[in-house]
Every structure is written in C-alpha cells, then in structure tokens.
Design a protein around this ligand. Structure first.
Ligand SMILES: [Zn+2]
Ligand SMILES: [Zn+2]
Length: 232
C-alpha cells in the first residue's frame, strides 16, 4: 500500500507511533528472517526463495495500484478512519505532486510501516515457519510483500525527484523501481490510469484490460429504479 505522506505538521502527533512501528517492523522482520534461515536448513527449497521474492514484490506493486485506485476514486477526506490517512494524501498529491519531496523518510513511509507491521506480527504468532514447508514459503512471501509495501512510497518519492542519485536512477532505468517517466503518466489529468507505484510493472496490463474503468462503471452505474424512471 502506498498513501503519499501527509505534511509533517499534520502528522506530528503520530511521530512516536510511526517510530515505534519502524522499530517493531525491523525487529519482527529480523525474527522472521532468522526463522526462514532455520526453515531453509531444515526443508531446503532455497532455489524457490528468489522466485517467491519476485512474486511478492510484484504483488506489492499490484496492491499499491488497488489501494491508490480506491483512494483516488472512492470516499472523501471526511470518510471515517481512512479519509485523513489515505484519501486526503492521495488527493493532495495530485494538486501538489512535489510536496512528497519535502517529507523525510519517516514521514514519507510511516503510513506504510504502520500497515505492514501487523501482518508480520501475525506471521510470528500464527504461522508455523520452522515446522511446515507451506508455513515457510508463506512467511517468505509475506515478509518480501511487506518489505515491498513499506518501500513503495519511497520509490514513489524517488519518481518525483528531478535528479535522483545515480544508484536510484539505475534502479529506475532497469525497471526495478518506479521511474519518473512511467509515473508521469498517472499525473496527467484526469489521473485515471497507471495507479501502481512500487515498480509500475502492472500498469500497462491493467490499462489494456481496462479493469479499473470497469470497476468505476460498475459502482457509478445509476440505480436500476432511476433507469426505469427515465425509460418510461
Ligand atoms: Zn493518484
Ligand atoms: Zn506521484
């Protein structure tokens, strides 16, 4: 997931929670990674881990697109719970795209860290990572997915930098992270395509399928009763 961050002053009351979430995310990730090493020793399948990582990373990109699409098209900044945290940052980002560059790492990525930490905690408490192959592979997938989600807004921020570092530019040129040229497509009014913002891998396919347009058409179709009224 991938809400662009709110300006620092609006987030000030949440700084402590975000910092705690970062510490927790790092600690839990290390704990899961250690379990994964133990599981790899026990079960093998080490060759599958890079494939799992790529699948999880691609999933993070798809997830970023779905969340971004929902925040851009449904609800309002006044929607309870999600309005201020998700809808408003995405809508603000269209009117002030460069604002994201003013946010330091903790502010830019705090929201995604808060979202990614609970699933990792669930893995620690409920998934048999070291005693089952399925648990081992599921935990590996989940860990890479959560890392992808956590990094999404950082990649999004890099895509707005006029002159990112050479290393970032290399990652963007290779398509490993979202590039400015790719993301610029979304920032053209009416902001209705190219929603994925981790790598953007899914964007061309989703645009070709017209999936998001179909969802909008489905939900914004006038109720059947009003159609009958007008057809009389
Ligand atoms: Zn948008
Ligand atoms: Zn953007």
């Amino acid at each position: 997931m991938s809400a662009p961050s709110l300006p620092e002053n609006r987030f000030a009351p949440f700084r402590l929670i975000q910092t705690a979430a970062f510490i927790l995310f790092a600690s839990v990730s290390i704990a899961i990674a250690m379990d994964l090493i133990e599981a790899a020793r026990r079960f093998g399948y080490v060759w599958s881990i890079p494939l799992v990582a790529i699948a999880a990373y691609a999933s993070a990109d798809l997830l970023s697109g779905i969340v971004h699409f929902l925040a851009d098209n449904f609800g309002s900044p006044d929607t309870p719970f999600l309005g201020k945290a998700f809808v408003m940052p995405f809508r603000d980002h269209h009117t002030n795209p460069e604002g994201i560059l003013e946010h330091p790492f903790m502010i830019a990525n705090g929201n995604n860290c808060l979202i990614s930490t609970p699933p990792l905690l669930a893995i620690v408490f409920f998934v048999p990572v070291t005693t089952s192959v399925a648990g081992y592979l599921f935990a590996a997938y989940s860990l890479f997915l959560c890392i992808g989600v956590l990094l999404t807004n950082q990649f999004h921020k890099w895509a707005h930098m006029p002159s990112p570092s050479r290393a970032v530019r290399w990652l963007q040129d290779k398509g490993i992270v979202l590039s400015k040229e790719h993301h610029d497509v979304h920032h053209m009014s009416p902001f209705d395509t190219y929603y994925c913002i981790t790598t953007g891998w899914w964007n061309p396919l989703l645009q070709r399928l017209g999936l998001f347009e179909k969802v909008i058409a489905l939900f914004r179709r006038p109720p059947l009763s009003s159609t009958r009224e007008t057809s009389r």
